[in-house]
Design a protein around this ligand. Structure first.
Ligand SMILES: Cc1cc2nc3c(=O)[nH]c(=O)nc-3n(C[C@H](O)[C@H](O)[C@H](O)COP(=O)(O)O)c2cc1C
Length: 493
């Protein structure tokens, strides 16, 4: 025993001398040895806060109550609660749907019907469900995570967006609907000079239902995709056509898209080459950005018009992003979605261009709000990560994800059992889509496609709510003389 105490004393002495003489940490210099506890406890707090100290509705980006709702829903255990709601219905921002005095009887309800994206295309996309999976690239996510998403999506009849890392075999496992995202690096569809390759586009078009050009994403507007070197495994590198274990950094914008006209040209080109619907994903922080695109459509006609616009909220997630962009750039969806929808209505384009909304829409109430605003579809990334078992450990940018979702470390991937998680993905998608109709029935509607702004009220100050159509009144569409002269209206119809 004596010798053990001696060793401990020696270690403490070495630490003491090291702490006194090092120059990096003031606390350790002033309080040798004991000052180290601060760093240890600070680190542990990251892991234990959510279990012991944070309140159910306190954490960000997603609080425990929301996460628990998704976990239960994904396991098929959601739905019923006892005693009553734990939400404070007087909190500003709370959504309250307006129930009808005469809700629909079960036999009067019809499930939300499929919607056709790009009906004028050679191969229109018949999208079956409202709530689908947002883009997360192979690279940001592990192969087993994408396998589970692919199989779950096929089972639930929803689409899976590939994200900007190209098409991997795991995307194809389920055999369901895929939307191919063309990021600014054009991974998977570029030629040797980095330009769009028509032959590759045609090849990919055999396997996917639609193409989404990524202009920006909510967590990092103005910054291209980033996969840190540690996550660029041999397979990720092969599919992207880059060197393994070097960071994958996409340009901040498509080099050929500098103006609305450039964008419309690119859309038209991809649609002509592939015969598939084409849209774009963006963050909307000002009215002028979309207005200028609509003006360009007005000038050049509908040939280059997108079939859909995905509006991503500034509070969206990412596999890796500079904190300052995530924290301070890009409007959150609660403001940007009404702005985008209203611009399209004002230009008479809302029926032609479908709106897909994303950004922290992970519960059925969130999604129903987006439909009330005017979205046609909603996609989620992190909702489906929770369905896969994500515990919000905030390590997507490292290769250390404890649940195997965002790591290429084979040992950590073992925790993610694909068949089991695929089932959870499908169950989450199924129940969420089901509950949308349930809210609609309560509002006296036949299904969720009938939501309008007057069906939801938002609490403004404690205890007082306002209908959404008063907060964001529907704009009126007044065609200009020029539009009428150019037959713009008849083209739309
Ligand atoms: C791990 C991860 C990877 C992502 N990869 C992409 C991507 O490749 N392309 C893209 O446009 N968005 C990407 N996103 C953003 C999502 O598609 C989505 O726009 C955003 O997270 C908002 O949805 P959410 O709040 O439901 O997560 C990623 C998000 C996460 C969390």
């Amino acid at each position: 025993m004596g010798w053990m105490a001696g060793i401990v004393m020696l270690v403490l002495l070495v630490m003491f001398v090291h702490d006194m003489t090092q120059t990096h940490h003031a606390v350790r210099r002033n309080f040798p040895v004991i000052g180290r506890l601060r760093y240890f406890l600070e680190r542990q707090g990251e892991y234990f806060r959510q279990y012991f100290f944070a309140h159910d509705r306190e954490e960000l980006p997603f609080n425990r109550a929301t996460r628990a709702w998704i976990y239960r829903t994904a396991k098929g255990l959601g739905g019923l609660i006892g005693f009553g709601s734990t939400i404070d219905l007087r909190e500003p921002g709370t959504m309250i749907f307006v129930n009808s005095g005469y809700p629909k009887l079960e036999e009067e309800c019809t499930p939300a019907p499929p919607m056709v994206i790009g009906p004028q295309c050679e191969h229109p996309f018949i999208a079956n469900r409202i709530f689908n999976i947002s883009g997360m690239s192979f690279g940001a996510l592990s192969a087993p995570a994408i396998s589970a998403l692919s199989q779950g999506a096929a089972k639930a009849g929803i689409w899976l967006n590939t994200g900007e890392g190209g098409l991997a075999s795991c995307h194809l496992e389920g055999g369901g609907d895929l939307v191919y995202q063309i990021g600014t690096a054009k991974y998977g569809v570029r030629d040797a000079d980095g330009n769009l390759s028509e032959s590759k586009l045609r090849e990919v078009a055999q396997r996917v239902k639609a193409f989404e050009i990524k202009l920006s994403q909510g967590a990092k507007p103005g910054r291209g995709g980033v996969i840190p070197a540690v996550k660029v495994s041999e397979e990720v590198a092969r599919i992207r056509g880059i060197a393994a274990f070097t960071a994958s950094i996409s340009p901040n914008r498509h080099k050929e898209v500098r103006t609305p006209e450039d964008l419309l040209r690119m859309i038209q080109h991809i649609r002509e080459v592939t015969g598939r619907p084409v849209g774009f994903k963006c963050v909307v922080s000002s009215e002028t950005f979309l207005s200028m695109i609509c003006e360009a459509i007005r000038r050049h006609g509908l040939d280059g018009a997108p079939d859909f616009i995905t509006v991503d909220g500034g509070d969206g997630g990412s596999g890796a992003t500079p904190q300052v962009l995530a924290d301070h750039v890009g409007l959150p969806l609660c403001e940007s979605l009404p702005m985008a929808v209203d611009t399209l209505i004002r230009y008479g384009l809302k029926d032609r261009i479908h709106v897909i909304a994303s950004g922290k829409l992970v519960t059925s109430a969130d999604v129903a709000w987006a439909l009330c605003v005017g979205a046609d579809f909603v996609v989620s990334a992190r909702g489906f990560m929770f369905a896969l078992g994500c515990i919000q450990s905030l390590q997507c940018h490292k290769d250390t994800c404890p649940t195997g979702i965002t790591t290429h470390n084979k040992r950590l991937q073992k925790g993610l059992v694909v068949v089991n998680k695929a089932e959870r993905v499908a169950t989450y998608a199924h129940w969420l889509n089901y509950e949308l109709d349930e809210i609609a029935h309560s509002c006296g509607l036949s299904n969720a496609r009938e939501f309008r702004r007057e069906h939801v009220r938002i609490v403004q100050t404690a205890g007082r709510s306002m209908p959404l159509n008063q907060i964001y009144p529907y704009p009126s569409y007044e065609p200009t003389r020029g539009q009428l002269a150019h037959g713009f209206l008849s083209e739309i119809k």
